[in-house]
Design a protein around this ligand. Sequence first.
Ligand SMILES: O=c1[nH]cnc2c1ncn2[C@H]1C[C@H](O)[C@@H](COP(=O)(O)OP(=O)(O)O)O1
Length: 204
Amino acid sequence: MGESRPLSRSEALQLGPGWRHACHALLYAPCPGRLFGVVPLGHAVLMQMRFDGRLGFPGGFVDPRTGSLEDGLNRELQEELGPGAAPLCLAEGDYLGSCRVEAPQRLVTHFYTRRLSLEQFRALEEGATRAQEHGLEVMGLVRVPLYTLRDGVGGLPTFLSNAFAGGAREQLLESLGILGLVPEAQLSEAVAASPKSPDAPQPS
Ligand SMILES: O=c1[nH]cnc2c1ncn2[C@H]1C[C@H](O)[C@@H](COP(=O)(O)OP(=O)(O)O)O1
């Protein structure tokens, strides 16, 4: 994946036909539970294990010549999450930002976030096995651990050492900070402690 640069929605939509567009969404819900009765979960944040073994957000390629970005995103969400995604109907108000990437292909990624109730979130998880792409492009849904365990590595730092599709890792880190789901200082510590980071403590 080449270097990615932010650009505005209108700049993105003015790019020529040589550019492909993809929309993805972070869906989340407040989650009052505690791991082992001790560690606050904070929020449930949805990602998915993809066909290629990488983690990504639900969404996919859209064609802005045939409809709005959000039309394309909502169609992709239904294919990957099932009919339970239909009532979500993401809109321009859920848009967070866009980035352009020149290599290996000319791609603009558009990112959205939507806060759900925990009941809505659980209903999506339960319905996802009935999605058209379940077991095909989507191997299963995962929740992102937002905490860091007492060893300083377990939880978010270790999650961040997975392989991610496109700019999904950067989208995750940026939106966790913007939405206030993880304090910025804890995010920076998690990145530094992630087992693939050169700064991370090495196992003895
Ligand atoms: O979660 C993601 N965040 C940013 N970019 C992503 C993410 N997942 C995939 N990608 C990249 C990879 C591809 O170049 C395009 C579209 O991929 P995908 O979602 O697999 O598209 P389809 O479902 O096949 O339409 O975005």
